[in-house]
Design a protein. Sequence first.
Length: 188
Amino acid sequence: MEGKLFIFSAPSGAGKSTIVQHLMKRDLGLEFSISATSRAPRPGEKDGREYHFISPETFRRMIRERAFIEWEEVYPNQYYGTLFSEVEHIWKRGHHAIFDIDVAGGLNLKHMFGGRACAIFVQPPSLEVLEQRLRDRGTDDEASLQKRLGKAAFEMEHATRFDHIVVNDRLEQALKEAEKIILDFLNP
């Protein structure tokens, strides 16, 4: 079996993580690809579970060594990336890799893997609904919230570059739609 990639990208708060977590519980042969980051772990996060936590210096060295399929400096000295070794280990175990990744990273993965990858953009019903979801979370101050909303508007402009768009208006429907996309891609 040739391993495939399922790329879920979305603006923060659109629900991509909820959809990916649901799909991971289904018997679809999926294994989550853990990204690497140079940011410090948040309370409760564990290295190798949420992220592979790497210092900025080591991350830059690994970039030079071409250890990443894709990477991005999201904020100064705050890198995120996908390790070649992570995807290779997933495929060696006979699974398909599933990604919960930002829009730029998702498009980079799709470009690199072409027909072996299925890229899904999870879209909120509107920027207003997204803003309310982010406010309800209560995790961002006003400046951070406005930064996220600005980035979301930019990211939503790239939705049509993905293979599929799932509008997360009603979660149950979005979960069913995402699962059908995966099954159709695995069984053409």
